[in-house]
Design a binder for this molecule. Structure first.
Ligand SMILES: [Cu+2]
Length: 177
């Protein structure tokens, strides 16, 4: 990880000091997240298959919850999905954590928090935007709905926080299988 990647947000540095990253994981690009604090709006670029990790079954180069998007409760949230994978279709939805992970799409945990073609997936370079209000506070997964993908590790985390003052992106411990 480069210092530059985290230089934009002291809150991220603080959080990382609490939950140290491994040092060998992928980088977080600060360009993925933007926000307007007075307007309580945030935008996150969600990129399916950004890298070859896990057979491209990853979001932004992270798998199994290794990246967490933190959004203050009640903020207007826009997730801009793009499928960067040249091979497989992908989708995304916000779901409640469950064990074991579902192997099919399930009802989204937040109204309107899902992409088009949830089961079939969006083809290479297709985009879709989901817009929703981040509530209620709690822990969620950003999960690929194409059958088998999410259960194989294609998910990251969304934390809707009652205490955060601003959105952040954190490298978090990936769940091992
Ligand atoms: Cu997928």
């Amino acid at each position: 990880m480069t210092a530059r990647s985290f230089g934009y947000a002291p809150a991220v540095l603080l959080a990382l000091s609490i939950t140290p990253a491994t040092g060998s994981g992928p980088d977080i690009d600060p360009a993925w997240l933007s926000f307007d604090t007075p307007a309580k709006t945030t935008r996150f670029q969600l990129i399916a298959g950004l890298t070859g990790l896990n057979g491209a079954l990853n979001f932004n180069g992270f798998r199994d919850g290794g990246l967490t998007l933190v959004v203050p409760v009640g903020w207007h949230t826009e997730i801009d999905f793009r499928n960067h994978d040249g091979m497989l279709p992908h989708s995304a939805e916000i779901i409640a954590p469950e064990t074991p992970l579902p192997v099919q799409p399930v009802s989204p945990a937040i109204p309107r928090a899902f992409t088009l073609k949830l089961t079939e997936g969006l083809v290479s370079e297709a985009t879709d935007t989901m817009r929703f209000t981040a509530q209620p506070a709690g822990e969620y997964l950003i999960f690929c709905g194409v059958p088998g993908h999410g259960a194989a590790g294609m998910w990251i985390r969304l934390s809707v926080s009652a205490t955060a003052a601003a959105p952040t992106l954190l490298a978090t411990a990936a769940t091992s299988h």
